[in-house]
Design a protein around this ligand. Structure first.
Ligand code: GZL
Length: 321
């Protein structure tokens, strides 16, 4: 009898532990992050920081890499829906074409959080919130800096981000606003470098060839630092001095642009935080706990950096990327 009693007690204890573990697991949120890829240093940092932020909060984060293709992102969303994740984070590579698949997530009662880029939709209920910067402000800040730096006279070439990406459209719009009112500030050439270093270098090489070896170009505005870093390489290979013969202004604030600034090869960068996941996780936790819906837009900061703080900023950031 004694042994039987002992066995029953042990079995009951095991059951209780199992149930507690199951309950614990049930509390552990699982998030599917549909990431664009690793096209830039900033994007790689966003992925790295999202893992750190998930670990801090005990969240199980699953990340898919779409290699910058929308069809792969759509496939990943469907896969996360099938896995029954608690939430989907989506960095939408382009702004259009999301309604059908986000409707499937909505029907499955899985909240969607947009990270670092936006979508164009008539139905805002298809996502809970967007954690992004104000990309128009980023472009405007860049344009206003250049207008001041050149006393309103400069032939500018522009390296656009991915065609159709909300941030590319907005950074172009903002920059035009920033240089408005200065008839001698002219964008003489503009083309997409797809947010990559290689793309920026290739397009800048064609601009240099087309513009008298670069003698007609006063500045290059790039929608991200990685394309600017590629352009800096092309300018040097053309025998010109980036940061002096051709001014540079770009966006992200990655360590290598601060390195270029400290070496006199770049002039300014508008910072974009890679920590978009942290605020999204906090909004998700609050939503799950108390049903509190976050605001439709959680805006991250925008700040212009110049060479005077470049060395310190490079030191501060190099381990984060
Ligand atoms: C901006 C983000 C952009 C970065 C690029 O929010 O979507 O995508 O500026 C990245 O570096 O490719």
């Amino acid at each position: 009898m004694h042994l039987k009693k002992l066995m029953t007690t042990a079995a009951l204890a095991a059951l209780a532990i199992g149930a507690a573990a199951a309950a614990q697991a049930a509390d552990k949120l699982t998030v599917g992050f549909v990431q664009i890829g690793a096209e830039s240093g900033w994007r790689a940092a966003e992925t790295k920081v999202s893992k750190q932020e998930a670990d801090k909060r005990g969240i199980d984060l699953k990340i898919s890499d779409a290699q910058q293709k929308q069809e792969n992102e759509i496939k990943a969303i469907r896969s996360f829906i099938a896995q029954g994740v608690d939430a989907i984070f989506l960095a939408p590579v382009v702004a259009t074409g999301w309604d059908p698949v986000l409707k499937e997530a909505k029907d499955a009662k899985i909240p969607v959080f947009l990270l670092d880029r936006n979508i164009e939709t008539q139905d805002k209920s298809l996502y809970l919130t967007a954690v992004t910067s104000d990309a128009v402000l980023e472009g405007r800040t860049a344009g206003q800096w250049l207008a001041k730096q050149t006393n309103g006279k400069c032939n500018i070439v522009e390296l656009q981000g991915t065609v159709g990406a909300s941030v590319a459209l907005d950074r172009q719009k903002g920059f035009v606003e920033g240089i408005a009112g200065h008839p001698d500030l002219k964008i003489i050439r503009t083309q997409s470098g797809d947010f990559t270093r290689a793309g920026g270098k290739q397009v800048m090489e064609s601009f240099l060839k087309a513009e008298n070896g670069g003698k007609n170009i006063c500045a290059v505005y790039a929608h991200n630092d990685d394309m600017e870093i590629g352009a800096i390489q092309a300018i040097k290979e053309a025998g010109l001095k980036p940061g002096k013969d051709i001014l540079t202004i770009s966006i992200d604030g990655v360590p290598d642009i601060f390195k270029a600034m400290s070496e006199g090869e770049a002039n300014a960068s508008v910072e974009l935080t890679p920590n978009m996941a942290g605020p999204a996780f906090d909004a998700l936790i609050a939503y799950k706990k108390s049903g509190t819906a976050p605001p439709k837009w959680v805006q991250t900061e925008t700040k212009l950096y110049l060479p005077d703080t470049a060395t310190a900023e490079y030191t501060r950031r190099k381990d984060l990327y």
